[in-house]
Ligand binder design. Sequence first.
Ligand code: MN
Length: 361
Amino acid sequence: MRMVFRWFGAGNDRISLDHIRQIPGVEGVVWALHDVPVGEEWPMEKILEVKKQTEPYGLNIDVVESVNVHEDIKLGLPTRDKYIEHYQETIEKLAKVGVKVICYNFMPVFDWTRTELYKQAEDGSTALFFEKSLVENMDPQEMVSKILADPTLTMPGWEPERLKHLSSLFEAYKTVAEEDLWSNLTYFLERIIPVAETCGIKMAIHPDDPPWSIFGLPRIITNRDNIRRFLDIVDSPYNGVTLCSGSLGANLANNVPALIREFADRIPFAHIRNVKVYDNGDFMETSHRTGDGSVDIYDVVKAYHENGFAGYARPDHGRHIWDEECRPGYGLYDRALGVMYIWGIWDSLERARREAQHVTD
Ligand SMILES: [Mn+2]
């Protein structure tokens, strides 16, 4: 397992590379060019700049998250070919600087969705929270108006300048059913994976978060059967999954350790975090510790260990603790605690394996 840590880039993250390299066992940053508009080709000089910034700290840039997929590709519009070409060119450029894995997602309109970014827990920490009924009982237009009127209700991807285009986007998705989204994804994969294969880059789709349809938009990377279907579209080790324990774990019907055991050879990148799922379907992000949430993180790490996982892993979101001011879900402290919890489990499993081997020898 190769531990990496998400970094939003120079001038775009309060957390420094100096701090990241002090977290035990972290060997690289998970990065992206956040200022390049979706659909545009990534400029080589900006890619090289990130390499130059991270190199002095001994941190690799092997994992990119995300190269976002333009909405026209997801909608299957004729303009998609231009954006797919840009995507292919970006893959080729990233290969030139040694990138090994590209994480991306295929969620219509929204990336991950929450209803509260700083929900307070009993211990005074705050974390991301999803209130199911709030999202279920609101049509998107109503949601848009509500958000514009109430600045305290913030959701990622709901920036005012984006909201202006939302109604036309929702209009466009009215004719895109789940099966259409599958066929648009197939069209994309058939053109992207051969390029990735030639470049030696593993593509790793991130599951939908939460893993069910919201606001009537189709969502397909949600459960075991759909992941299997996805992997079979292009049956190549370069067509893989970013197995996110927190995203998939928000649906209690998903047995995350079982998914890891089944798909181990197609997981180049692991997102590890825990969520507490309530009876009414709400969920809150928690510490990584197994006892704090609904996902058995011990068994998640064990499933990777059993399969000799040699891919990349990062602590996914964390809580906001110790008065840290940070990007929602992306503080230094709780994610660093997560790294140590994951290593603690991994190292003890590794020690037990060696000792058992020694006895047999
Ligand atoms: Mn994730």
